[in-house]
Ligand binder design. Structure first.
Ligand code: HEM
Length: 498
């Protein structure tokens, strides 16, 4: 049934075939409609995520079986396998050369069905996570309930903005189901009254601002800390960090509307609609000064990468606090209040704080450590992958670098010999104003691996505009919560024969 295709160099692709019918015959009679395509749910598609189960992908509302194209793919089999069982869109946002007519025609030849219309989420008694949204199978899951997952690290630096479906997900609780028509944001105003703002109010009454900002979880790279001594907390790799262009109202404008003055002091507390079974909601706070700073760029965001905020990222409204740890970027925002004290929530008081390696669960005193706000300078290697096997000759090393508090990245040093000698990487990314460099820089180093080399120990370290640098070892910054790991990132690869 499947006519094998032939690839004649880049761009020249012949006859890959049609899985259902030979519909591309040159002299085909007046097109007679074929039998209707079968309909599949996203869950059924997701079961086809390996060659053994056949590799299915979706594009729009169509389902394709691309198993027979794997070996023919100009981008390689491994790349298609990243999308196996899920949507092509986030990958094709990274590799835009697919948005050409001949590629789409080629894909049509592999169509095997259509997606059934999205079922509205069904509450299941006893499972508070039953109404969580569908996710892309390419994500590497840390925990399913609550959903915590990161993209494959080599994809992180394929595009400056992370496609929303691949953006890391860090949920503390089930994703709430919110009706945008009845949604209200409650803001305690300066006179103690509660303002109730609809989404329409926020969109119509406050100017829309766009900010490109990186969000990083404090636990990014915890796996390296867990390898030293297990913290028994989410073992994030290097992918608990992503970048998006956010759009929404400025928090400052809403606070001014609510009667606050820049000279006021204290903290702005946020509460989400995500709840524990006992009714406790997620909450966090940021300093009032940051919220009111005209250059602080804090948003009440309703857009992510030019589209409506996805459910996993806080639909219909979330806080985006550029330069500040992800945990304060409260999603599914329900309430804002201003007061002399920080949020009383567990996540502000008893989590997301840094401690000495000497502190244990028996000796920890959470009241002694400040809540994490701005994060330290960070960088990581996304390519090559750890334990990859490479050949002598040209080597491209890629990665990301970012610093908290709006500090820009001024340099990334890369070593191929474990830190004995260094090279300076080339930086790329949006130029953002000093002190407002909210988004990461992607970096790249082209190197030559001499013949006879057996292995490389690749290391990277970044320098920010305050000349803050990363510490060389994880051990001395290990802590019971496994947060703030910004040690030099290291990747070892073996070098085979050419
Ligand atoms: C399953 C459906 C897919 C089809 C039908 C497809 C098809 C193609 C075609 C026809 C090209 C050559 C484009 C040109 O003429 O310039 C191409 C290139 C490429 N594809 Fe795909 N692709 C698919 C999935 C993917 C996925 C999921 C990824 C990434 C995760 C990917 C990554 C690439 C890359 C990196 C290239 C460029 C290769 C090079 O220039 O050396 N493709 N693909």
């Amino acid at each position: 049934m499947v006519a094998a295709g032939t690839v004649l160099g880049m761009g020249t692709i012949l006859a890959y075939g049609d899985h259902r019918q030979q519909a591309t015959e040159v002299d085909a009679p007046e097109s007679t409609p074929g039998p209707p395509f079968p309909v599949f749910t996203r869950q059924e598609v997701a079961r086809h995520h390996s060659e053994a189960d056949r590799v299915w992908v979706t594009y729009g509302s169509d389902v394709f079986d691309v198993t027979d194209f794997l070996e023919l793919h100009p981008g390689g089999k491994s790349k298609i396998l990243l999308a196996a069982g899920g949507a092509l869109e986030p990958f094709w946002a990274l590799y835009a050369m697919h948005k050409q007519e001949h590629v789409l025609e080629l894909l049509q030849g592999y169509k095997v069905g259509e997606l059934s219309p999205e079922e509205p989420p069904q509450p299941t008694p006893g499972d508070p996570y039953a109404e969580d949204p569908p996710r892309h199978p390419a994500l590497k899951i840390n925990t399913l309930k609550p959903f915590n997952a990161e993209p494959p690290s080599e994809l992180l630096t394929e595009n400056y903005l992370t496609p929303s479906q691949l953006f890391f997900k860090r949920n503390h609780l089930p994703v709430p189901v919110v009706d945008p028509a009845t949604y209200r944001l409650h803001v305690r105003d300066a006179r103690g009254r509660t303002l109730s703002l609809s989404l329409r109010d926020l969109k119509r009454n406050f100017p829309k601002h766009k900010v490109t900002a990186t969000v990083q979880c404090a636990g990014n790279r915890r796996a390296e800390m867990n390898a030293i001594q297990n913290t028994n907390r989410l073992g994030w790799g290097i992918g608990a960090i992503s970048t998006a262009c956010w759009g929404g109202a400025r928090l400052r404008d809403v606070l001014v509307h609510a009667g606050y003055k820049p000279s006021d002091e204290g903290h702005v507390s946020f509460e989400g609609l995500d709840k524990e079974p006992n009714g406790t909601v997620y909450g966090a706070s940021i300093p009032f000064k940051k919220a009111m700073d005209p250059e602080g760029d804090v948003l009440l965001a309703y857009e992510m990468n030019g589209e409506e905020l996805p459910r996993d990222h806080g639909f219909p409204l979330r806080v985006v606090v550029p330069g500040i740890v992800g945990a304060r970027n409260v999603k599914w925002l329900a309430q804002i209040s201003v007061g002399p004290e920080e949020s009383k929530s567990h996540w502000q008081q008893k989590d997301y704080k840094g401690f000495s390696p000497a502190v244990t669960w028996d000796t920890v005193d959470f009241s002694k450590a400040p809540a994490i706000q701005e994060l330290p300078v960070q960088s990581a290697i996304t390519e090559p992958c750890p334990n990859a096997s490479i050949t002598p000759g040209e080597l491209t090393v890629k990665g990301y670098a970012w610093s908290g508090g709006g500090q820009s990245i001024v340099r990334v040093d890369v070593s191929l010999d474990g830190g004995k000698s260094w090279h300076v990487a080339k930086l790329a990314g949006e130029e953002q104003a000093p002190g407002r460099a909210w988004a990461w820089k992607l970096w790249q180093l082209e190197a030559i691996v001499p013949p006879g080399t057996k292995e490389l120990n690749i290391v990277c370290k970044a320098v920010d505009s305050n000349y803050n640098q990363q510490p060389d070892k994880v051990g001395p910054i290990w802590n019971i919560l496994g947060v703030l790991n910004n040690a030099w990132h290291q990747v070892s690869v073996s070098v085979g024969e050419d």
